[in-house]
Write a protein that binds this ligand. Structure first.
Ligand code: ARG
Length: 487
């Protein structure tokens, strides 16, 4: 769905009189300051296609209830189609006088149908409408976010495939800890994305409940069929409680939690790319098309995409906090505070739709300096654990093995040498349990090859992990391509 992306407002309604969905009991029009505060059409106009889908379903239900005859239904459906085409073409636009998307579209319908256009409002309220529209919008766009996540995950998987046995220093506390394969490291960034995809699908299942038919809060006295409307709009079923249906914004908060967590995951990946591309690491070189320069320092090549990934996580987390804080303490049922739910939700979608393709391109085109990774892998005594494990295999309790290895490392620090450079005599001096055959485990390749258990960093388990991730991503690609909102 699309075609309503330009949210600039036109000056005046084509109709001579301002369309309002309320006002008969008021002595005059709204104060300018109120109107300016209240208006949401500049951001909720993007809900138009979903509002129109809801209107089509509602018209059919009104006809089913005998409240529209066949002729009226036909005219209304044709007018809705025409209005939708006009919205998509940009020939129908919201004006400064339209309070929100619902007002603008009712004006469009009245312009096309005259008095008959006023029949569609029976049995529904903007309260159930806006909750429905936003569910539809987010369910639709969750698929777009998922597709972009899959693309990034696939870029990581592809790079990982090139480095299934490229050794690199694995870190804790940003200090060399134990050697790992770079493929394993890249796949460690894929797992969170796979969980994010699961979160989106779980969220989608809970969000597939239609609020239409709840009316303002009490349900409807007209013989409507909320379940039929729900099915027509691609929901699983309709609300259980009309008050909750219009008051509930859990689906927005949960969506924003998911996007905030995605932001956090991307920021961690971004931070690592910043580190990897720094001259201090020198592990990765970005493709020119995915790096930026400096306006004053000609030599600079910066990882701005990675930094923006880090930076944009701030607004994604902020959106979640804003909506939770807005919802906190709201009395049942609809409160106007809830109009504030939309901008953070739209911003989260826009942010990820912008960021994810850039990250995917950056990852898939970057050059990994495998020679440097391999050279760095044994640095910082990253094979010390191998010595301790070697002692354990010889029956030494790990507690003692740890101490012996610690003394060996201290000796190396004092001598400024590597673990495998310690003389036979010095080995024996550190512990009676050490002998020259310990050098057999002091190679990065043997350390990696020893890690054969599922999920470990050895090339074998990494190849299995890689295949499993690629397989799952194929499934997610299909899910992301599902059409939720029927056209
Ligand atoms: N623009 C409003 C919103 O986004 C629509 C619902 C208005 N309902 C009302 N009773 N004023 O929340």
């Amino acid at each position: 769905m699309g075609g309503v992306d330009d949210t600039s407002l036109t000056e005046k309604s084509a109709a001579t009189n301002r369309t309002s969905l309320w006002g008969a009991r008021f002595a005059g029009g709204p104060a300018e300051a109120l109107a300016r505060l209240s208006v949401s059409v500049q951001f909720d106009w993007r809900l138009a296609p979903y509002d129109l889908a809801g209107s089509r379903a509602h018209a059919r239900v009104l006809a089913g209830a005998g409240l529209l005859d066949a002729e009226e239904l036909g005219q209304i459906l044709a007018a809705l189609d025409d209005l939708e085409a006009a919205c998509a073409a940009g020939t129908f636009r919201p004006t400064v006088d339209d309070e929100d998307v619902h007002t603008a579209l009712e004006r469009g319908l009245l312009e096309r149908l005259g008095r008959l256009g006023g029949k569609l409002r029976a049995g529904r309220s903007r309260n159930d409408q806006v909750a429905t529209d936003l569910r539809l919008y987010l369910r639709d766009h969750a698929r777009g976010v998922a597709a972009a996540l899959v693309e990034l995950a696939e870029a990581l998987v592809e790079q990982a495939g090139r480095h299934v046995d490229t050794a690199t220093p694995g870190m804790t506390h940003l200090q060399p800890a134990q050697p790992v394969t770079f493929g394993h490291w890249l796949l460690a960034h894929v797992q969170p994305l796979l969980r994010d995809l699961q979160r989106l699908r779980d969220w989608d299942h809970r969000t597939a409940i239609s609020p239409l038919g709840a009316g303002a809060l009490a349900g409807s006295g007209l013989p409507l069929d909320p379940v039929a409307v729900a099915r027509e709009l691609g929901f699983r079923t309709s609300f259980a409680n009309s008050m909750d249906a219009v008051a509930d914004r859990d689906f927005v908060a949960e969506f924003l939690f998911t996007t905030a967590l995605i932001g956090v995951h991307l920021s961690r990946l971004g931070e690592e790319v910043v580190l990897w591309t720094s001259p201090e690491f020198g592990w990765v070189e970005l493709d020119d098309a995915f790096a930026t320069g400096s306006s004053i320092m000609p030599q600079k090549k910066n990882a701005d995409i990675a930094e923006l990934a880090r930076g944009k996580s701030g607004r994604l987390v902020g959106g979640l906090v804003g909506v939770l804080t807005m919802l906190k303490g709201l009395p049942m049922t609809y409160d106007r505070d809830m109009q504030e739910d939309k901008e953070p939700a739209f911003d989260a979608v826009d942010t990820l739709e912008l960021l994810l393709p850039a990250l995917a391109g950056m990852i898939s085109t970057m050059t990994v300096r495998a020679d440097r990774l391999v050279a760095a892998a044994p640095e910082g005594f990253s094979l010390a654990t191998e010595v301790a494990d070697w002692l354990v295999r010889r029956g030494v309790p790990f507690r003692e093995a740890h101490e012996i290895t610690g003394r060996l490392v201290a000796l190396c620090v004092a001598r400024d040498c590597a673990l495998d450079e310690v003389s036979d005599a010095d080995l024996a001096a550190v512990s009676e349990h050490l002998d020259p055959s310990v050098r057999d485990v002091l190679s990065v390749q043997s350390a990696l090859a020893a890690r054969t258990t599922p999920g470990s960093t050895g090339p074998g388990p990494v190849a299995e992990q890689l295949a499993a991730a690629a397989d799952q991503l194929t499934g997610w690609r299909e899910w992301a391509a599902e059409q939720v909102v029927p056209r």
